[in-house]
Ligand binder design. Structure first.
Ligand code: NDP
Length: 444
């Protein structure tokens, strides 16, 4: 068996039941074959064996008392996967599906994504199986305070800097930051995605969605195409989806569909962005409420139905494995020519194969959604300088970063003989920097 095959087999044996983690490791390692062939020093240094083992993983009890004085217990996680190129960095996810395997897959992906940004940040991820859906502000605050009462001892501005992810937005980051500051008596940039009145960065909220569009725009422009007058479907209707809609519209696209975990909307006239933002960010409503304001739009139950709507460009921005082989085949049949992952690993490996086989331009999440963590790193810089940049300054840095990621990824794909396979290019480019840093730092 090959060196890579052996490492994958050991990962499966040593981490039973962690399906998403196995999937992510296999996806990355298989595309590193030509790199390992060209660089035998990586195998000699046991680099892949070390890379697939988290430096540290913490699991903890999160007890809290809800508004009805009922005792609740959730499980908390923080996986500090790799610190070769900087302090651990990666979001916190609050969702009932969270378990160790999910957090490990996300933390592993984060290593390469963070490396691609060109900024000095390592890979980590955390979260809890707590479900914020339908909870009062008081319950959310009590949960966040209990969660941070354990997490604080593992993180720090130069050690590990968490951020938001699914179920963790500005409100949750505020409660988490407040509790950290209270326990540590230190006002430091220990979290990103903070509010603008207490150390947050302008354009952080928009960064992942905008960055996705900047990346996809580079990818399609390289083939002589643009967003102008294209129809676009965006799955999810959270932070990433909302700002992908805004930027796609600014570039002249017509966004016709959005979803949540219950169902999807189709608006042939094009989504009204202001109403969308009001509904989701301020009123915290379900996406189905959109059709009450726009009677020409349709609501359908079942979230995966969104991929049956014909569109030119598909942007999965909800969650992992939400777009399978069948959905990919339907998109291809309906004339979709580009897919950009806003979420982490939203397309299954079989779906990605369908896109590659049919010449659909495919932007892999670890490159195309790196704008969020890139601006998080810019937030860290601003906190360290005790200074803040304007929206335009941050947005223009974001745009440059996304363009450079596209160039690096496509160049790496070319260099290693897999031209136009940006998924392989992203893995290779992300890996090289981390691998060289690990080599230089010895067996640690
Ligand atoms: P949010 O919690 O803001 O939004 C998630 C959205 O996805 C919600 O509308 C949710 O609906 C929907 N959703 C969840 N599961 C499904 C499903 N099975 N089918 C359809 N819709 C679903 O999260 P974010 O927007 O922050 O994150 C979305 C994705 O982007 C995640 O994969 C995340 O890891 C990734 N990401 C986020 C970054 C960020 O900066 N926020 C950075 C990089 C990646 P419901 O309300 O029904 O649950």
């Amino acid at each position: 068996m090959t060196y890579i095959g052996n490492v994958i087999e050991n990962v499966i044996r040593n981490n039973p039941g962690e399906m998403e983690f196995h999937q992510a490791v296999r996806e990355v390692l298989e595309s590193l074959e030509p790199v390992i062939e060209r660089h035998p020093e990586y195998a000699r240094a046991g680099l892949l064996e070390r890379l697939v083992e988290p430096e540290r993983q913490v699991m903890f009890r999160v007890p809290w008392m809800d508004e009805q004085n009922k005792v609740r217990v959730n499980r908390g996680f923080r996986v500090q996967f790799n610190s070769a190129i900087g302090p651990y960095k990666g979001g916190l996810r609050f969702h009932p599906t969270v378990n160790l395997g999910i957090i490990k897959f996300l933390a592993f992906e984060q290593i390469f994504k963070n490396s691609l940004t060109g900024l000095p940040i390592g890979g980590g991820k955390g979260g809890s199986d707590f479900d914020p859906r339908g909870k009062s502000d008081t319950d959310i605050m009590r949960f966040c305070q209990s969660f941070m009462t354990e997490l604080y001892r593992h993180i720090g501005a130069d050690t590990d800097v968490p951020a938001g992810d699914i179920g963790v937005g500005a409100r949750e980051i505020g409660y988490l930051f407040g509790q950290y500051k209270r326990i540590r008596n230190a006002y430091e940039g220990v979290l990103t995605g903070k509010g603008l009145t207490y150390g947050g960065s302008l354009a952080r909220k928009e960064a992942t969605g905008y960055g996705l569009i900047y990346f996809v725009d580079e990818m399609i422009q390289a083939k002589g195409k643009s967003f102008e007058n294209r129809t676009v479907s965006v799955s999810g209707s959270g932070n990433v989806a909302i700002y992908a809609v805004e930027k796609a519209q600014q570039l002249g696209a017509k966004v016709i569909a959005l979803s949540d975990s219950d169902g999807y909307i189709y608006d042939p006239a094009g989504i009204d962005f202001q109403d969308l933002r009001q509904l989701k960010e301020i009123d915290r409503q379900r996406i189905s409420a959109y059709v009450k304001l726009h009677p020409q739009a349709e609501y359908h139950k079942g979230s995966t139905g969104i991929w049956t709507i014909p569109c030119d460009i598909a942007l999965p921005c909800a969650t992992q494995n939400e777009l399978n082989k069948e959905a990919a085949e339907t998109l291809v049949k309906n004339g979709c020519f580009a897919v950009g992952e806003g979420a982490n690993m939203p397309a299954t490996p079989e779906a990605v194969r369908v896109f590659h086989q049919n010449g659909v331009l495919f932007a892999p999440g670890k490159a195309s959604n790196a704008g969020g963590v890139a601006v998080s790193a810019l937030e860290m810089s601003q906190n360290s300088m005790r200074y803040s940049w304007s929206f335009e300054e941050v947005n223009s840095k974001l745009k440059t970063i996304m363009k450079n990621i596209y160039l690096n990824v496509s160049e790496a794909a070319r260099e290693y003989g897999c031209q136009d396979n940006l998924a392989a290019g992203a893995n290779i480019a992300g890996f090289r920097k981390v691998a060289d840093a690990m080599l230089a730092q010895g067996i640690v």
